[in-house]
Design a binder for this molecule. Structure first.
Ligand SMILES: NC(=O)c1ccc[n+]([C@@H]2O[C@H](COP(=O)([O-])OP(=O)(O)OC[C@H]3O[C@@H](n4cnc5c(N)ncnc54)[C@H](OP(=O)(O)O)[C@@H]3O)[C@@H](O)[C@H]2O)c1
Length: 313
């Protein structure tokens, strides 16, 4: 059944993939841009509106006018050139901006809100690959802890509100065209500039999500699927010692150097060391079972190869 869908974060990496998919599926789409200049680039939708999610009054006006059945939240600020500032701005957006959006959605009579969340925010202990029951690491150090607490607050707002059905899509590391893993992205520069080494005995696991799958997951949960949190990741969580050299080779960079744990702690930021040495992967079992979802990109191997026009292997 065609639905009226309101998309926040429409100008972002996931948003740009999502809008044409929604239209192709026959839905009526209103796209939110934060600024007039970025709004001008949004085409092929039924309506474009401008508001900052940190401004509750402006947001309420545009959501009410759009009268959506479903509100989708794909806004973040990770693309900020300063990574820590980006995490802080994303944390404020997730905690406060999400609350504004849910309030606006309820006032406008929407029945479902779908938000972008994270599958790499779990406490890194226990099993290798974690499901949605694992606790979020709200006590993590520094900006990461701040970000995880904001994610927990956002999910609490969305998943426990009696007046709406809430769905949190917990994405893994987002890769694909337009992301930091693309050949003009910051991860590519880091790896090819030998600025992302391996750590001796590092057993950090990364779960990846291709942007096509990040967008496709939204279409799966617009209607019918049980409210709740779902890991939206590929089928192959990968150790850093596996994905990083593969990415470097496919991306045309040098093989990564290897640091001792002491060297890594002295030379790299806390989050990078955490990701390389102790982060756990996530399983998509719940989403597969509940929604029948299957990733278009089941393994990062094929996804990375496609990024660089190569055959996987
Ligand atoms: N999403 C993740 O979990 C994640 C994690 C780590 C790294 N990354 C990387 O970060 C890059 C960005 O990916 P992304 O899709 O998350 O973000 P993005 O492409 O930067 O998109 C974010 C969207 O949110 C909007 N937005 C930001 N602040 C807003 C506000 N206050 N009110 C309304 N809208 C607002 C942006 O609008 P404007 O265009 O106006 O700013 C944009 O449409 C990619 O390279 C990705 O690989 C993403």
């Amino acid at each position: 059944m065609p639905l009226r869908v309101f998309v926040a974060g429409a100008t972002g990496v996931v948003g740009r993939h999502l809008l044409p998919e929604l239209r192709r599926a026959g839905h009526h789409v209103t796209a939110l841009a934060r600024r007039e200049d970025t709004a001008a680039g949004l085409r092929g939708v039924d309506g474009v509106v401008v508001a900052d999610m940190m401004d509750p009054g402006a947001l309420r006006r545009v959501v009410t006018e759009a009268a959506p059945d479903v509100v989708v939240h794909q806004a973040s600020a990770f693309s900020d050139t300063d990574a820590n500032a980006g995490m802080q701005r994303t944390a404020r957006l997730r905690e406060t901006g999400s609350r504004h959006l849910v309030e606006a959605a309820i006032e406008a009579g929407a029945r479902r809100v779908v938000v972008q969340s994270m599958a790499d925010a779990y406490v890194p202990n226990g099993h290798d690959v974690l499901d949605e029951e694992a606790p979020l690491w709200t006590e993590a150090p520094g900006y990461w802890g701040e970000l995880v607490r904001s994610v927990a607050a956002m999910e609490e707002t969305v998943l426990t509100h009696a007046e709406i059905d809430g769905v949190a899509l917990r994405y893994g590391a987002l890769y694909g065209p337009g992301t930091e893993y693309a050949s003009d992205g910051s991860m590519h520069r880091r790896v090819c500039g030998s600025a992302l080494p391996l750590v001796e005995d590092g057993i950090g696991l990364m779960s990846f999500t291709h942007v096509d799958d990040a967008a496709g997951a939204v279409l799966e949960v617009l209607d019918g699927v049980e409210p709740g949190a779902y890991n939206v990741v590929d089928n192959e969580p990968a150790e850093s010692s596996e994905w990083l050299p593969t990415y470097a080779r496919m991306g045309g960079g040098p093989a990564p150097l290897t640091l001792t744990p002491e060297q890594a702690r002295a030379q790299l930021d806390w989050l990078t060391v955490h990701q390389l040495t102790e982060q756990r992967g996530a399983t998509n079992f719940r989403f597969r079972e509940t929604a029948g979802w299957r990733p278009v990109w089941p393994s990062w191997r094929e996804g990375f190869a496609a990024l660089f026009d190569l055959w996987p292997g």
